[in-house]
Design a protein around this ligand. Sequence first.
Ligand code: DOR
Length: 429
Amino acid sequence: MKLLLKGGRIIDPAQNVDLVGDVLVQDGRIAKVGGQIDPGDAEVLEARGLVVAPGLIDLHTHLREPGLEAKEDIGSGTRAAAAGGFTTICCMPNTRPVIDNAVLVAGVTQRAGLEGAVNVRVIGALTKGQEGKELAEIGDMIAAGAVALSDDGHFVESARIFRTGLEYAGMFDGVVVSHAEDESLAGDGYMHEGAVSAALGLRGRPAVSEDIAVARDVMLAEYTGALLHIAHVSTLGAVEIIRQAKRRGVRVTAEVTPHHLTLTDEAVLGFDPAAKVHPPLRSGEHVEALLAGLKDGTLDVIATDHAPHAFEEKDVEFRYAPSGFAGLETALGVVLTELYHTGKFTLPELIDRMAAAPARVFGLEGGTLKPGAPADITLFDPNQEWRVDSSLFYTRGKCTPFAGKSLKGKAVATIVGGRVVMKNGEVRA
Ligand code: DOR
């Protein structure tokens, strides 16, 4: 089976490629890149005016399966991914039951292979039941295909447990992903602690709760020599701690979400539960620091933290609403609108943060258009204008703080293993 992408702007940061030309896909792999390629018997996909990029990879997706299918399942979540231009997503283990053993890692992987519209890789829990008390079966889960270990949704309170988790995962060169918020400081807060929380009379989650947690985990990574990845960084202090640690050679990487890069705590002013998330949306000085950190490589990756909840769960008073919202179908549009069209980032920089860097951080195949690589490709129109209408989302999580927003830039086709799984917004898988 052959597919020819004709005349697009090919951007592959992993190879420093940025040129206009054709891409030939054969038997699920990239066969040839650049120049004019004779279509022969290949199916032709017109890419003039579009960007042809390595398939976007999300290191932080909540698929909610098993057990929380009212919020999302593998079918709806992976279709949302395809619609948003993602070819691989890594799913978090805070499900019911928690994905904390090899059988569940293998089971979710197998089910995703049958029902998933895109590639799914599984992140196993660091501790049993994500309770922070006893290490999970880390070696077994890695052998079963887990790409990383995380208690995401929870901070591992015990430094001793986190240290042994790093040491155990380190034996297999496994990456430990930290949800870094000290709950003793943040636990009873609903939003960022600052002028807006004071004005609204809502208890806050102070930035220092994240700074302390990141500092501890970075120090333990330095002490053990293990691989640490910090999830959804949201504070100025955390950026600075990670920047210094990288300078010292600590094996730490980090991600930042589209919402933390583009929204502030003022989004909470109308008490809209859609703006409730952990860690919370912060004030402008933090947003500036995140943008600077993403620019200089302190923050390696843009990840969605796609965290869908059922509409009726979110449709309650702010303080009672669960935190998190859908992100897969808005991520690329938000990033292109707010980071590219404002002149802050170039397209190669953004494709690096959304495809090449995620592959590097978790050691995944893909993230490049090199001949021989899997034919996971995202075609997007950087100039297509559209309005966010969550009733059209494939995800079950219809809540988003970007609802109604006009965006510029959209995925036009998603190709997974040489198969076109989304075209013009319609998912075919
Ligand atoms: O807001 C959040 N929601 N943050 C997390 O870390 C977990 C997520 C969820 O699972 O809903």
